[in-house]
Design a protein around this ligand. Structure first.
Ligand code: 13P
Length: 251
């Protein structure tokens, strides 16, 4: 049985006081969930306090990016072993904001994915097309390229220790959610495309949907057969909404 998962991506939001309130409410609201059904990926400086707060709860945590290098003169970078120091389970790799705003191409994303797995972190590999690419009818081609760079570098078997998140760029932070069947179509493509290389790994792979998931649309998205949960931006900062979205997994 493949695992269901909801992950909050806090992006560059929050502060110590707000985080404390948010985490208190999330912990209280999610007592019924199983371990690894829910996680938050937070800004680096808050990892120690998030670790303190979530240790011995049923919520995991992680980071939103990691260096492809292990150590060295890389000013401003953070390594996998540093994330290990704070008990991270997950790291988001190749988010579209990293790709479009910080110059991460498929090759860099693949290096970071390999580094994450080498450092015993579970990468949440983000793939997805822009609006322009969708309108040009090249959604599948773009996603295939994003996946193949990973498979060529790390092998298809690496996906047995990873999570994939399909995030159409046009749905991120715009309030325009992909329709459930529209998202399902791409999730099926992702699973089938990996399945041509290894059917067992494809069947077991957790594929999340991300892009304007809210408390009022999570259930219909997660009901789709190839959507195994969500990667949540804005709604993960609102405790009641995030709790409601996570609890959708139990329904
Ligand atoms: P929103 O849920 O705010 O659209 O963000 C999605 C996202 O980018 C999660 O990684």
């Amino acid at each position: 049985m493949r695992k269901k998962l909801v992950v909050g991506n806090w992006k560059m939001y929050g502060n110590s006081i707000e985080n404390e309130q948010l985490l208190n409410s999330i912990v209280a609201g999610l007592t019924g969930l199983q371990i690894e059904q829910c996680a938050v990926c937070v800004p680096y400086p808050y990892l120690p306090s998030v670790q303190n707060k979530l240790n011995n709860t049923n919520i995991s945590w992680g980071a939103q990016n990691v260096s492809q290098y292990q150590k060295g003169a890389y000013t401003g970078e953070v390594s996998t072993s540093m994330l290990n120091d704070f008990g991270c389970t997950f790291v988001i790799i190749g988010h579209s904001e990293r790709r479009s705003l910080f110059g991460e191409n498929n090759d860099i994303v693949a290096e970071k994915y390999v580094a994450a797995q080498g450092g015993k972190l579970t990468p949440i590999l983000c793939v997805g097309e822009t609006l322009e690419q969708r309108e040009r009818g090249i959604t599948e081609q773009i996603i295939q390229e994003q996946l193949m760079t990973i498979i060529n570098k790390a092998g298809v078997e690496s996906l047995s220790k990873a999570v994939v998140a399909y995030e159409p760029v046009w749905a991120i932070g715009t309030g325009k959610t992909a329709a459930p069947n529209q998202a399902q179509e791409v999730h099926t493509f992702i699973r089938n495309s990996i399945g041509t290389q290894d059917m067992t790994i494809a069947k077991e792979l957790t594929i999340l949907y991300g892009g304007s998931v809210k408390a009022n649309n999570a259930a219909e998205l997660f009901a789709m057969p190839d959507i195994d949960g969500g990667l949540i931006g804005g709604a993960s900062l609102v405790a009641d909404d995030f709790v409601a979205i996570c609890n959708t997994l139990n329904n």
